[in-house]
Write a protein that binds this ligand. Structure first.
Ligand code: ADP
Ligand code: MG
Length: 377
């Protein structure tokens, strides 16, 4: 498709359960959001001798210019995500043509719903529309951009969710084999899915995240395994009392909860799914210590209003809460929870009812005459 404009779309994600398990080679159960990021890439005309990328976003005032030989540290701010993708592609031997990239997104930024991976995946799909590498390769390139160019030590959860998600589907991801298994996740009048954006983000997330990752690596070393995935489910009991033991207990019990939750979802047993989610929240709060007073208040309020299950979702220290509830409780949560949280002295959260949305796509950008985008999965 040389010379034609390309449009790529990649959704944000919400993780139903399985937090900080990805870089420990464990399990998670995310869905793709019905909100996503669209990138329009217009390669320079053949013959134009300019291989810079010029990126703009409706969400940001600054235009970002990315040189062909960009290196980590060259570009900061939001442009680092785009520059990181170009850098990772070139490091992996892909050829990229210069041109313009325009970003437009409906994913809330910094809400723990992975606007960052949506941006990376959409940029990478647009820039590789000719070569079409497989989606695991795209996920690895996006992670490399985020880890080594942006400097955020995240795992592969966000990217795999965005690339493989589908309508009314959850994904059981095994981060050791990188197998992605779809599980039907159809919502109806009985069961609703809410995402509650706390609209508060912690300031030192990268440092906290790196500390948790280092603790998990230390726990694995003390247990004599390469990763916590290789440890037995009760191995944490042999570690001395203290934070390393608690971190290991979260990861090992969380992996078991993800498998329980996946089984419950397959059986459409939303009560059992809720039990696993509630236990996951307690484990994140008490053992992994990544929750906040406001997030805990939102989880408690959702439970008080009848939620089947409620837990923080995403890396932690703010962000969003994911809730399953029957229709009556979902209405009560939507109507009453924000006031409860404001009355407790916190920022007003935003409640959204969602269902799992489509995964990432790439195709030709629509012309002025044709409304629809030709899409390929
Ligand atoms: P999350 O992924 O939970 O939304 P992150 O801190 O990981 O939060 O990523 C948010 C960052 O990603 C933003 O601060 C910005 O730099 C970049 N970003 C995400 N979406 C966009 C967008 N539409 N336009 C420009 N930058 C974006
Ligand atoms: Mg992110």
């Amino acid at each position: 498709m040389t010379g034609t404009a390309i449009r790529a779309y990649a959704p944000g994600r919400v993780n139903l359960i399985g937090e900080h398990t990805d870089y420990n080679l464990g399990f998670a159960l995310p869905i793709a959001l019905p909100m996503g990021t669209t990138v329009d890439y217009r390669p320079a005309d053949p013959g134009v001798d300019d291989d810079r990328l010029v990126a703009t976003s409706t969400a940001e005032p600054d235009t970002c210019v990315i040189d062909r030989d960009t290196r980590p540290g060259d570009v900061g701010g939001w442009g680092a995500y785009v520059a990181g993708c170009a850098w990772a592609l070139r490091e992996a031997g892909h050829r990229i043509r210069g041109g313009t990239l325009h970003v437009d997104s409906t994913v809330p930024v910094g809400a723990g719903l992975s606007s960052s991976a949506a941006l990376e995946c959409a940029v990478l799909l647009a820039l590789t529309a000719d070569a079409r590498p497989d989606r695991h390769e795209i996920a690895r390139l996006a992670r490399r951009a985020e880890n080594d160019y942006v400097g955020a030590p995240t795992g592969l959860l966000d990217q795999l969710s965005s690339l493989y998600g589908d309508v009314d589907t959850a994904l059981l991801i095994d981060f050791r084999s990188l197998a992605v298994a779809p599980i039907p996740c159809e919502l109806d009048h009985q069961v609703r899915l809410l995402v509650i954006d706390s609209r508060s983000a912690h300031q030192h997330v990268a440092g906290e995240y790196a500390e948790r990752k280092a603790s998990c690596e230390r726990a694995a070393a003390e247990l004599g395994v390469d990763s916590l995935r290789e440890a037995s489910s009760d191995a944490w009991e042999s570690l001395p009392q203290g934070p390393i033991r608690s971190r290991a207990r979260h990861i090992l019990t969380e992996n078991a909860r993800v498998l329980d939750a996946a089984g419950a979802l397959r059986d459409r047993d939303f009560t059992a799914l809720g039990v696993a989610m509630d236990a996951s929240h307690r484990s994140m709060r008490d053992d992994f210590e990544i929750s906040t007073p406001q997030i805990d208040r939102i989880v408690d309020a959702a439970k008080d209003l009848g939620a089947l299950g409620a837990r923080m979702t995403g890396g932690g220290f703010g962000g969003s809460v994911v809730v399953f509830a029957d229709a009556a409780s979902a209405s009560a949560i939507t109507d009453r929870l924000p006031d409860t949280i404001v009355d407790a002295g916190f920022t007003r959260p935003q409640v959204r009812e969602i269902r799992p949305g489509r995964g990432a796509t790439v195709g030709s950008a629509p012309t002025v005459d044709s409304g629809d985008v030709e899409q390929h999965n």
